[in-house]
Design a protein around this ligand. Structure first.
Ligand SMILES: [Zn+2]
Length: 184
């Protein structure tokens, strides 16, 4: 995946959430979405895959971006940065990117190096699949009896500090570990 592929992929994800997201130079902003009005725009000359992914995460959670625009330390801003890095990292490694090459990843995506390094380290995301299975195996041991409606995937993600964007992957893993399809 090159920069254009990444950009197109993320823009499509934003469109699929029902946001009318288009190239537009608005008040010198690089990229923005308004989840309330369901519109957004980006400067096609300056916006990076990271900028698009950041806006995608806001749209995904329906963040009130009018509030957090002025507060770079708000939980919504932190989450948008963290989860956009994880989303792009998964795309990068899934398409053959070397999981030791954080510098190349940052050059390609525009992700800030220090944030990327600390996010990947904290989430141990380089071997995410294995650790997700480990988390699922650990999680099911806390229940005496497990039936298809015992487990809530969002609770599971919260317990292990995993992003909600991992919902489907986590659900599949839990199905596999439990040996049946979860009901909720
Ligand atoms: Zn933001």
């Amino acid at each position: 995946m090159d920069i254009d592929d990444l950009t197109d992929f993320i823009i499509q994800k934003i469109d699929k959430l029902g946001i009318d997201y288009r190239p537009y130079n608005y008040d010198n902003q690089i990229a923005w979405v308004d989840c309330f009005l369901k519109i957004g725009g980006y400067n096609p000359d300056t916006a990076t895959p990271f900028n698009h992914a950041h806006e995608y995460i806001h749209a995904y959670y329906n963040d009130d971006t009018r509030m957090c625009e002025y507060d770079k330390h708000s939980p919504m801003e932190k989450r948008a940065n963290k989860e956009s890095i994880i989303l792009l990292w998964d795309l990068f490694t899934a398409s053959g990117g070397n999981d030791n090459d954080v510098t190349l990843f940052c050059d390609l995506t525009g992700c800030p190096y220090n944030d990327t390094f600390s996010v990947l380290k904290k989430t141990n995301h380089c071997d995410n699949f294995d650790s997700l299975v480990d988390c699922a195996r650990d999680y099911v041991t806390y229940f005496d009896v497990i039936v298809p409606n015992t487990i809530n995937v969002y609770n599971f993600l919260d317990c292990y500090g995993l992003p909600y964007t991992d919902y489907q992957k986590a659900r599949d893993t839990l199905n596999q570990v439990c040996g049946f399809e979860l009901a909720v």
